[in-house]
Ligand binder design. Structure first.
Ligand code: ATP
Length: 189
């Protein structure tokens, strides 16, 4: 088995935006990783119950356009191909078959939820958590979780904002990678 340290950045990416890109660049700049896998959730079970999530294939296409050219980054469809809800623990177990260590990368807004994730006790023992700063989100590592902060200037942007705001191409250019815009706008027509 090659000795490799992986970062896992999972998300719904509905749509991908410059906050995600900045997070990936900052994670790559830490020097901790040989590879960072972006995993597009097939069935993001915490979000799909609320409805309105774009198809996995569209989100994968957008994620590829947004991230695939970034240093150290690989975009994966493994959670899309796996039946049922997309659980991080299943992805981590798969990644540990090809690496020695996996850091799960999450935005500071999600850290408090970690103990409620599927098979959290097992996940906690297997991973270190790289926390990406988000404006307005301070984080405290939950008891027993090994967390560190990734150095980055926070980016005030969310997919929710992009879905809810009706922005033209010029405005979108400031908020998401160019290659994503056509795919995203095409999906809304
Ligand atoms: P939504 O608004 O639909 O909840 P989101 O913008 O949070 O979406 P996700 O695809 O759900 O995007 O997020 C994937 C990962 O990226 C999560 O760990 C999330 O915390 C993180 N993330 C999203 N936006 C930012 C941002 N602006 N800065 C840092 N991390 C972010």
């Amino acid at each position: 088995m090659p000795l490799r340290r992986l970062g896992l950045f999972g998300g719904t990416f509905d749509p991908p935006h410059n906050g995600h890109v900045a997070a990936l660049c900052a994670a790559a700049a830490t020097g901790r990783f040989d590879l960072i896998e972006v995993t597009v959730a097939g069935d993001p079970y915490r979000k799909s119950a609320l409805g309105g999530v774009h198809s996995a294939s569209l989100r994968l296409e957008m994620a590829r356009a947004a991230f695939e050219h970034l240093a150290l980054v690989r975009v994966s469809d493994r959670e899309i191909n796996r039946p049922g809800p997309s659980y991080t623990i299943d992805t981590v177990l798969e990644l540990l078959e090809e690496s020695d260590d996996v850091d799960v990368l999450v935005g500071a807004d999600l850290v408090a939820q970690l103990p409620s994730w599927h098979r959290a006790d097992e996940l906690r023992e297997l991973v270190t958590v790289g926390v990406i700063p988000r404006p307005g989100a301070t984080f405290v590592a939950p008891e027993g979780w090994d967390c560190y902060e990734i150095a980055m200037e926070p980016v005030d942007l969310s997919s929710t904002f992009l879905r809810e705001a009706s922005l033209d191409r010029e405005a979108l250019k400031l908020l998401m990678p160019d290659d994503v815009i056509a795919i995203y706008q095409g999906a809304k027509e």
